[in-house]
Design a protein around this ligand. Structure first.
Ligand SMILES: [Zn+2]
Length: 401
């Protein structure tokens, strides 16, 4: 398959006119100018970029977007736990997992790291969705054993042969220390296979941090709770990290864990303004996530825009010299940056040999040095004219909203 368009090889530079060849799920050739055959998608006015990657999303929450006015712990109790309880019904869970994949690809998200519920069949549901719409995924059941409705507590993980997983890798997801006893956290550690990821939440709200300090009085800080159980490593994704002390930033850097910044969610729940400067000062690895449904946007360019806006909000309120990232930097994060954070060194980039998870865009403006800024600040899903997922052109994506 041949795709034609200006190639966004590097968001810091202007895209180049050219074409891509895709065979067996991979980019096999990249050329300049016009292709020698008629392209399957795109033309000289199109843009071609890697599909977006979301480093934090909750599939069972996709219908809970916009339930506003609560902060984290009340929102979990009143909005999210009732929503997740509905996944007790397996056909419902399977239909919703499929809708989540459909909803993601509509916004150009072709890879993600995500959470399910505690139900064993939630893993079956997501693997089925992954076979129908093979969005690349690192995804796992939520583990909890306290402070949540009884029907959502669970610590058993579905065991499914690797051959049945397709493009989905299964992770271990203790929800957060509020809902996880020491016993559960040590059990979670034992469940982590050699190459598996761990996903959890850390220091999202101040109230949550106070409860964790009461529940784990012998640990030096919140991050130390996870570290004591061996849960911090280079395949650990820590969502939020809004209320950390220097020792915690240092520990995360030492363990090479990934901090997943979720700016739209942090604003929605009024949890706080992420300290990008602290993350940079300590040299921690950083990724970007939608955190649907606390975050209202599936579209990663909007999340990227929110990252810039959060940094500007800090710069205009608490810290006048706060670092504000440029559009090209946040675009990098939602493509190659997130791919590297998820260990997908063959994704999020236009390179020979890379996975062919690609978008063909048509944007209503000139290609100049503000291209990426214009894309981010005016983003709408209608800019996407074609999606190539695992090397296949998706025609007429159906979304049953
Ligand atoms: Zn989350």
């Amino acid at each position: 398959m041949i795709l034609q368009g200006r190639l966004l090889l590097d968001p810091h530079q202007l895209p180049q006119e050219g074409w891509l060849q895709v065979d067996n799920g991979r980019i096999t050739r990249i050329g300049e100018g016009n292709p020698s055959t008629v392209p399957e998608a795109g033309d000289d006015q199109s843009l071609i970029c890697p599909g977006f990657i979301d480093a934090h999303i909750h599939l069972p929450q996709i219908d809970a977007i916009g339930c506003d006015s609560l902060q984290l712990l009340d929102w979990l109790e009143q909005v999210i736990y009732p929503a997740e309880t509905r996944w007790a019904d397996q056909p419902f869970a399977e239909a919703m997992a499929l809708r989540a994949h459909q909803r993601m690809i509509r916004s150009g998200t072709l890879g993600y790291a995500g959470y399910l519920t505690s139900h064993l069949h939630s893993t079956v549901a997501v693997l089925k969705a992954g076979h129908a719409i093979p969005v690349r995924a690192i995804v796992g059941q939520v583990l909890m054993d306290r402070r949540a409705p009884a029907e959502l507590l669970g610590h058993e993980l579905a065991r499914l042969a690797r051959s049945k997983r397709g493009r989905s890798a299964l992770s271990v997801n203790p929800r957060f220390a509020v809902c996880c006893s020491d016993e559960l956290l040590s059990r979670a550690y034992r469940r982590v296979a050699d190459d598996a990821f761990i996903q959890t939440h850390l220091a999202e709200s101040k109230q949550e941090c106070e409860i964790v300090a009461e529940l784990f009085p012998d640990d030096p800080h919140y991050t130390g709770v996870y570290d004591r159980h061996g849960l911090l490593g280079e395949r650990t994704l820590l969502a939020h990290c809004l209320h950390l002390c220097d020792d915690e930033w240092q520990l995360i850097e030492q363990r090479k864990s990934v901090v997943v910044h979720c700016p739209t969610a942090n604003t929605f729940l009024r949890s706080g303004l992420f300290e990008l400067d602290a993350a940079r000062r300590h040299g921690v690895r950083l990724a970007l996530g939608s955190d649907v449904a606390a975050g209202p946007d599936f579209a990663m360019p909007r999340v990227a825009r929110a990252m810039i806006e959060t940094a500007k909000a800090r710069a205009t309120t608490v810290q006048s010299d706060a670092f504000v990232p440029a559009p090209a930097e946040v675009w990098h994060m939602i493509t190659r940056g997130n791919a590297d954070a998820l260990g997908w060194h063959d994704a999020g980039r236009l390179e020979v040999g890379a996975a062919a998870d690609l978008l063909v865009l048509k944007a209503p403006f000139e290609v100049d040095e503000h291209l990426i800024g214009r894309l981010i600040y005016t983003w709408c899903d209608e800019y996407i004219t074609h999606r190539v997922l695992d090397g296949e052109l998706l025609e007429n994506v159906k979304i049953d909203d």
